[in-house]
Design a protein around this ligand. Structure first.
Ligand code: ZN
Length: 425
């Protein structure tokens, strides 16, 4: 059975040039005795925007693993696939993020709801869960309400999972169900009902990505009530441990945090809970690496800086088009966006200061950062001009990519790691 390790990090390599620099972060963690398995993820949306094929992710991952001699597991994630998009990922992926968020709230038949209620009398009443102070209080009506909201989505997840399992073998794949791209968060009682339904459908998920309370905007810090998040996160972990026992789900089942990069204010609470419970975690990051490419180019100065400036100016000119697909996961203050003239006049230090996610730097500009986060299409359209500069400035870019993933992410999220100075990366 292909089993996902306790700690894993989803990494996105949009232009397929940073797999080694990303893997390097896991290597440094391994040198400190902590295994964080890399999972290269790229969604259909990213492939369409860039014009790449899923196979390119597998090739880049395999090459990086060979070059650096990584001997622990690694995976390639068909990210946010649905029934209509899964096909092209089958040949190259061993991790499948089955996205059923759009089916939340779709109606199920009265018979299906009744059958679920009959199969699960244990859910109606006080459910005592180790690690949660008070029993979860679910009435039959509440279970019916939750089931009518989520059952169709879970059934759809099974419909997506089964053909994948038939094609490559259930023992050769890691399945995740994601419900994060929706408006309202799933509460711990909802998660319990969802997990019972997933077990009924026979989908052996190893991770689940609920929507948590608060905003998980792309590439910037968490916005929300950190104390409430912490409680919800701890309760979710307790619910998962309970559901594994009760419903026979895979014993390594763990939470997955999507849009997980750069959420610095919740990393401390997450690390504390992982340490206290021994629970595993998958954290999905993607665009944070593409921003480090821009930072590296800007830091290099000369042509690199000029190209980074051009990318911003072009992104600014078509910001409506670039932001539209990501509207629910960005919060850009238009008035905080610098003009094209300003940015063309910037030094390396000004550009890097505005973009790098260092909240203590007065130059840091989260609106600038978010616009560039969704602006990778502009770099894709620059084609070889962009890629050639990535190759020319390989070292400085790689150092930023590794530093960001290791020092700003892994160290803060996973227990047992210490920061490593820039020159030792
Ligand atoms: Zn997601």
């Amino acid at each position: 059975m292909l089993t996902l390790s306790r700690y894993s990090l989803g990494v996105g390599d949009r232009f397929a040039h940073q797999a080694e620099a990303q893997l390097r972060a896991s290597i440094i963690a391994a040198e400190q005795g902590v295994t964080v398995v890399p999972v290269w993820n790229k969604s259909n949306r990213e492939h369409l925007t860039i014009g790449s094929e899923p196979e390119s992710v597998r090739l880049a991952a395999d090459a990086a693993v060979r070059a650096l001699g990584w001997s622990a597991p690694y995976h390639v994630d068909a990210d946010h696939i649905r029934l209509d998009t899964v096909g092209r990922f089958i040949a190259s992926s061993d991790f499948y993020t089955i996205d059923v968020a759009d089916s939340i709230g779709k109606p199920s038949s009265t018979e299906a709801i009744e059958a679920f209620l009959t199969a699960h009398p244990e859910l109606a009443g006080d459910v005592v869960i180790a690690g949660i102070e008070r029993p979860l209080h679910l009435t039959r009506e509440l279970v019916a309400e939750i089931a009518s909201k989520y059952l169709a989505a879970v059934v759809e997840a099974a419909e997506i999972y089964q053909p994948i399992a038939a094609a490559i073998g259930s023992e050769k794949l890691i399945a995740e169900i994601s419900m994060d791209e929706t408006d309202s968060p799933q509460t711990p009682p909802e998660l319990l009902v969802i997990l019972a339904a997933i077990a009924d459908q026979g989908v052996p998920i190893q991770t689940i990505a609920p929507k948590f309370t608060g905003r998980f905007n792309k590439g910037v810090d968490y916005v929300g009530d950190v104390a409430q998040f912490k409680k919800e996160f701890a309760d979710d972990i307790a619910v998962i441990a309970y559901a594994v026992e009760k419903y026979g789900l895979p014993s390594n089942l763990k939470l997955s945090v999507h849009s997980g990069s750069d959420k610095f204010s919740i990393y401390g609470p997450i690390r504390e809970i992982l340490e206290a419970t021994g629970a595993g975690l998958h954290v999905k990051t993607a665009g944070t690496t593409w921003l480090e490419e821009l930072i590296g180019l800007a830091e290099a100065g000369g042509e690199g800086l000029a190209l980074a400036q051009t990318v911003y100016v072009k992104a600014l000119a078509k910001s409506d088009e670039l932001c539209a697909p990501y509207a629910s996961v960005i919060d850009i203050d238009i008035s905080a966006l610098p003009s094209a003239e300003e940015v063309y006049a910037w030094s390396s230090e000004q550009y890097v200061g505005a973009l790098r996610h260092d909240q203590s730097n007065p130059l840091y500009n989260p609106s600038f950062r978010q616009l560039l986060h969704v602006g990778y299409k502009v770099a894709a359209q620059l084609g070889d001009k962009y890629l050639d500069l990535l190759v020319e400035n390989r070292e400085i870019v790689a150092r930023n990519v590794t530093d960001n993933l290791y020092n700003r992410h892994l160290v803060r999220i996973f227990p047992g790691l210490n920061p490593v100075a820039g020159e030792k990366l």
